[in-house]
Design a protein around this ligand. Structure first.
Ligand code: SAM
Length: 250
């Protein structure tokens, strides 16, 4: 059927392509992608040959309108280099325009580094905020982190290996006393999810310079980690102890 199909692709391990993704890539009329070489390789691995159209959200409005119009009669798959399109990847404007033009849009869920990092970290996940890439300049990074400091949730960032130490240091200052997880090379041979307080992680990665792709997670502010229930139980325990010691004293 014509329309836009947002297709998640693997973030490292090619075995993570879904059956539906293969089916749609096989049946669509063409694939809009970030980098035709990267997507060409994936399709080749799957034994699929399709027209590839380079797409990014900064493409000229005219090019995007043409692509959107073509979806009245064609099925177009949107993929990014890895993972879920639109998550720190192109696609937002395309999806927005398709919806505005009444083009059918559907999504095929699959790998997403942010979600995998969260689930693997073991950090509280009842509330989380994905905040994309940290700014690369020191001052902008500090201000960005300070803005997020009051949010009672686990924070998720995308990070690159060369910046990890600086970011850990900035987190230590702007978000003190919060547990951090470094989820690296997810689904790949050297997958790792290391958790600790920033000083310990800084010491570790100083001695073992990290390589590859990284999701950086910061647990919620410590005083808020305690749930209402935990607090009630602690209070009840304390009262019982007081009563017991008063009784023992009499
Ligand atoms: N759309 C992708 C997704 O759904 O995960 C993310 C694209 S974003 C341009 C690339 C960033 O995602 C990397 O810099 C890294 O922070 C994170 N990432 C992607 N693959 C990863 C992996 N296998 N392990 C850890 N982080 C990864």
């Amino acid at each position: 059927d014509p329309g836009l199909y947002i297709v998640a692709t693997p973030i490292g391990n090619l075995g993570d392509i879904t059956l539906r993704a293969v089916d749609v890539l096989r049946r669509c009329d063409g694939v809009a992608c970030e980098d035709t070489r990267v997507t060409g390789k994936l399709l080749k691995h799957l034994g699929i040959s399709k027209p590839l159209w380079r797409y990014d959200d900064h493409s000229e409005h005219r090019d995007r309108s043409r692509l959107v119009e073509s979806m009245r009669t064609r099925a177009v798959a949107l993929v990014s280099d890895a993972g879920t399109p639109l998550v720190s990847d192109p696609g937002y404007r395309l999806v927005n325009d398709c919806r505005a033009e009444g083009i059918p849009v559907t999504a095929l869920p699959g790998p997403c580094a942010a979600v995998m990092g969260l689930t693997l970290s073991g950090l509280p996940n009842d509330r989380f905020m994905f905040a994309g890439f940290l700014p690369s300049k020191d001052k902008a990074r500090r201000e960005f982190l300070e803005e997020l400091a009051g949010i009672d949730a686990t924070l998720i960032f995308y990070e690159t290996a060369p910046r990890l130490l600086k970011s850990l240091d900035a987190i230590d200052h702007a978000l003190p006393n919060r547990e951090v997880a470094v989820a690296r090379e997810l689904t790949k041979l050297h997958e790792e999810a290391r958790r600790g307080m920033p000083p310990g992680l800084i010491a570790y990665y100083d001695a073992h310079p990290p390589k590859g792709e990284i999701v950086l997670l910061v647990g919620p502010p410590i005083e808020q980690v305690m749930s209402g229930n935990d607090a009630d139980m602690l209070l009840a325990d304390a009262l019982t102890t007081m009563k017991t010691s008063q009784a023992a004293a009499h």
